[in-house]
Design a protein around this ligand. Structure first.
Ligand SMILES: [Ca+2]
Ligand SMILES: [Ca+2]
Ligand SMILES: [Ca+2]
Ligand SMILES: [Ca+2]
Length: 433
């Protein structure tokens, strides 16, 4: 297994689609040469107005063509097809989220559905379709909020810390079943929690009473050392985002709190953390719901998107000198709605990720970048309606995964009372002049 340490929400950004070329790359589209030189825009609505009688218009259902910056004769027709039922996944009810993980190491991502009420379920990926895995003993009771996977004992089987309303606990996977760790070892924390992330062998948990950092010692004994490391925060974390934003080789921690300011903990060489959110202006809105670090265009420094419930979202663009500039407004991704979850994904496979935003009681959004001739993103546009992604419900989970192994990133949306799996059917098309 290449990476046994996973983010709590199963972030699979490492599986990013490198090539969105589909099998059927021969469709011919009219290219409106008046407005569509490859560098002008990343998203070009073909509409119907410009079709030339000499060209055969191909079926790009969404009408969203993303120019290929290397080849002006080609573009990517961006499109998704909802396949939940076809691949054997249930709608579910009382859902609380999902964790995407390859729990059995067969190189196919599986889906662990977390429940607000009722038992969690692991949907085993059989190679494009899913079946409930029986007998794993992961069907724990209600109120799960996260699952954080890592092979803690180095036996090649992924173990898991599952957390939620009744606290966090480690289960050990013997290759067949998961069994709770013995009381004298492992992680046992009674604080209600929504999120956790592995930092190497150590686990950081966001609880309603603040951060808990469990440092692994010999014999699977974990010690809570957050105060000693300078990770002093008492907010109710909804998300933890990890990245080395300043390029010193040490992973840094962003804490998106639903209560009080967000925190940015810069890792120091001595193993301690320095709180730099005020210095960097990344303290958030006071009601944050999610956060993700992202390289939003080729060559950019690792930047940070933070969502907020009922207040504007922030896009802290990393200026490369330790400073950030919130460019959400000028880039068109402020959105003052009730954002609950965000996920960036390179759905076009061109190094310019798109931004998916889930909102509570408002339509979900899907932002595509506009790119200038120099290759810089100048603005994002919401294209969710054209893609059929403008769900209006209570979204509690957003995950990217390539469930069918075709090298295109697919999108999983978990609603409290349903599930949608959007198969990425984007494909390369030829343009004609
Ligand atoms: Ca698997
Ligand atoms: Ca293990
Ligand atoms: Ca760092
Ligand atoms: Ca795929």
């Amino acid at each position: 297994m290449p990476d046994a340490s996973r983010h709590s929400s199963g972030d699979s950004a490492g599986d990013s689609a490198r090539d969105a070329e589909g099998a059927d790359g021969g469709d011919i589209f009219l290219r409106d040469v008046g407005s569509a030189s490859a560098g002008d825009a990343a998203s070009l609505d073909t509409g119907h107005s410009g079709m030339d009688a000499g060209c055969t218009p191909g079926p790009c259902r969404s009408h969203i063509l993303i120019p290929d910056r290397q080849n002006s004769l080609q573009a990517i027709c961006l499109d998704f097809e909802e396949v939940r039922q076809a691949v054997g996944l249930p709608d579910g009810s009382q859902n609380a989220g999902a964790s995407v993980v390859d729990y059995d190491g067969d190189h196919r991502p599986d889906i662990y559905l977390l429940k607000e009420v009722g038992a969690n379920q692991m949907f085993h990926n059989q190679g494009g379709n899913f079946q409930v895995a029986q007998g794993l003993r992961l069907n724990l009771a209600s109120g799960t909020r996260y699952a954080a996977w890592r092979d803690v004992n180095g036996d090649g089987n992924l173990d898991v810390v599952i957390g939620g309303d009744s606290g966090s606990a480690l289960s050990i996977n013997d290759g067949r079943i998961f069994a709770p760790a013995l009381p004298e070892v492992g992680i046992h924390d009674m604080n209600a929690s929504r999120t956790a992330v592995w930092l190497g062998a150590n686990l950081l948990v966001g609880t309603e009473n603040g951060l808990r950092f469990f440092q692994q010692g010999p014999g699977l004994v974990f010690e809570e050392v957050s105060a000693a490391l300078g990770l002093d925060d008492f907010g109710d974390a909804h998300a933890l985002a990890i990245a080395d934003y300043n390029g010193d080789g040490l992973p840094d921690i962003y804490v998106a709190n639903s209560t009080g300011v967000d925190r940015l903990f810069m890792a120091q060489a001595n193993g301690m953390y320095q709180s730099v959110e005020m210095m960097t202006g990344t303290q958030g809105s006071g009601n944050s719901t999610d956060a993700q670090w992202i390289i939003y265009q080729p060559g950019a420094s690792t930047s940070l998107y933070v969502s907020s419930f009922g207040r504007g979202n922030s896009f802290f663009v990393n200026m490369g000198n330790g400073a950030f500039q919130d460019r959400a407004g000028s880039l068109g991704i402020r959105d003052n709605g009730n954002t609950t979850r965000v996920k960036w994904g390179d759905f076009a496979g061109n190094g310019y990720p798109h931004l998916v935003e889930a909102r509570s009681g408002q339509e979900n959004l899907y932002f595509i970048p506009e790119i200038d001739a120099a290759g810089d993103v100048v603005r994002y546009q919401n294209r969710a309606p054209a893609l059929g992604l403008n769900l209006n419900g209570q979204t509690v989970g957003l995950e990217t995964l390539d469930y069918d192994g075709d090298a295109r990133q697919d999108l999983l949306v978990i609603l409290t009372d349903g599930m949608r799996l959007y198969h990425n059917i984007s494909r390369r098309v030829n343009l004609c002049h």
